[in-house]
Design a protein around this ligand. Structure first.
Ligand code: SF4
Length: 460
């Protein structure tokens, strides 16, 4: 009998990368490779990388180096090492020098060829680099191999047309390509059939879905079609990321009317001052951003708004930074991912003088995080003693952990008759530090008449 080879994937970066790793795992499995969660035992080590921040790149290189070196010492034969994704695309030459043991180096395209490339390498033990100009099969996501059956990612666009001045994504993933709607519907159906409870529609800028095939309102059409076909299902659907410049009243209205779309909006702010927003090429002003937030808050008082913020962009003065804090206090973000600016190759911002000292950047980051913490705690305190729905997604010996439709993390003492994957009615009881403690009240929604009307908190 022919020997089967095992593989382990390490993923760096965003949800898009996680989704691509899940698809790669599916693809390799369907070609006879065996997924393994044990790097120590896998024949093939795959590193799906990210290039969005300099610090992340250095960390990834260090991690790959250490892992491969350690494992090679422990084994009789060295593993096959595959490095793929944004970092490979951006830094091909550098990686060939810094990671000389890599067997296959692949960029962001052509992953459909990976099973055959790996097969060839297993036979011939030769190294290869593969960087096709065009993605030969960008939408062949016949399936995903997920770790659990709770939340599934479903990419609806790839690449980005926005060219924010600090961002390397358009240079490594190319221009926006929207997945045809019939393929999305098919994948959605497949994911549902596998029993998932939540589907996350993914893209760098989901609300410009379809613009590349000339349709301005294709995203609304997609939401409408999903609602019509799947609106009766016991499932949550969310979409990330939404660019504030492309967020429309019609989309917010469709979420309000829907019984499957969650009232959570991820709207990267990036900076609060109009001067910095213009330098970043974000194409909205502080006023427009806050107007959008007000509209969402008015429509979904209990809904969630998440964001990304960069501090220390070139030219950011103390006053500019105070504008960012002003927006944070006004918008009352529920979730935020914060970063210190670092110049990225090819980007327009890299031609500007990186004039904010690192010490100042770090001080601003720390102050920003403490203000974000305050506003988060304030919002949670207002929700204490109210009831909501939680999708249980993890467990340990004593507690379930889960999230609400608005993306609030909650932990709950375990009770008989419940398991992860269930939508449960929960009363938010207390704050322990930044953690929210809840208590299961009533019956599982699966067993009750109220399931549909209670699932998306903040809407009804
Ligand atoms: S919208 Fe801007 S920040 Fe987001 S991926 Fe595109 S260029 Fe990068």
């Amino acid at each position: 009998m022919q020997r089967k080879f095992s593989f382990a994937i390490t993923t760096f970066g965003c949800q898009m990368n996680k989704s691509r790793s899940e698809h790669l795992a599916y693809l390799l499995s369907s070609h006879g490779f065996i997924p393994s969660s044990q790097k120590e035992e896998a024949d093939i080590l795959i590193f799906n990388t990210c290039a969005v921040r300099e610090h992340a790149v250095e960390r990834a290189i260090h991690h790959i180096h250490q892992t491969v070196e350690q494992l090679s010492l422990q084994r009789a034969t060295s593993p096959i090492v595959v490095v793929c994704g944004c970092m490979s695309e951006l830094l091909r030459e550098k990686l060939s020098r810094k990671l000389p043991f890599v067997t296959i180096l692949v960029g962001t395209s052509g992953w459909d060829k990976l099973p055959s490339l790996i097969q060839e390498t297993l036979v011939e033990r030769e190294t290869s680099c593969f960087f096709p100009q065009e993605d030969s099969a960008p939408f062949l996501e016949s399936g995903y191999l997920h770790g659990d059956k709770i939340s599934a990612y479903l990419p609806i666009t790839y690449g980005c047309d926005n060219f924010c001045s600090y961002c390397v994504v358009p240079y490594v993933t190319g221009r926006q390509r929207s997945k045809p709607m019939d393929l999305i519907l098919q994948e959605f159906q497949n994911i549902l059939a596998q029993g998932f409870r939540e589907i996350i529609l993914l893209g760098q800028n989901v609300n410009s879905y379809g613009r590349d095939f000339g349709e301005e309102r294709a995203f609304e059409k997609l939401l409408e079609t999903l609602e019509q076909r799947f609106g009766e299902q016991k499932i949550w659907v969310r979409f990330i990321t939404s660019h504030p410049k492309d967020m429309r009243k019609s989309i917010i209205g469709m979420v309000r009317e829907s019984s499957i779309f969650c009232a959570y909006f991820h709207l990267p702010l990036q900076a609060g001052s109009d001067k910095i927003l213009a330098l970043m090429n974000r194409k909205y002003t502080q006023r427009e951003y806050l107007h959008l937030v007000a509209l969402i808050r008015e429509t979904f008082p209990e809904g969630g708004i998440g964001t990304d913020i960069i501090v220390g962009f070139p030219g950011e003065t103390e006053d500019d930074f105070q504008e960012t804090l002003h927006v944070v206090r006004k918008a009352q973000f529920d979730i935020a991912y914060t970063y210190v600016y670092s110049p990225r190759p090819h980007t327009r911002a890299a031609t500007l003088v990186d004039d904010v000292p690192l010490k100042v950047k770090k001080e601003r980051l720390s102050l920003l995080n403490s203000v974000l913490r305050e506003v988060y705690l304030e919002r949670v305190r207002c929700r204490l003693h109210t009831e909501t729905t939680v999708l249980l997604d993890e467990e340990d010996d004593s507690f379930f952990h889960g999230h609400t439709a608005s993306n609030l993390r909650v932990y709950i003492r375990k009770r008989e008759g419940y398991q992860i994957g269930a939508f449960v009615p929960v009363k938010l009881r207390a704050l322990q530090g930044t953690k929210v403690e809840g208590e299961i009240v009533g019956v599982r929604y699966e067993d009750s008449q109220t399931a549909l009307s209670c699932r998306s908190d903040g809407k009804r």
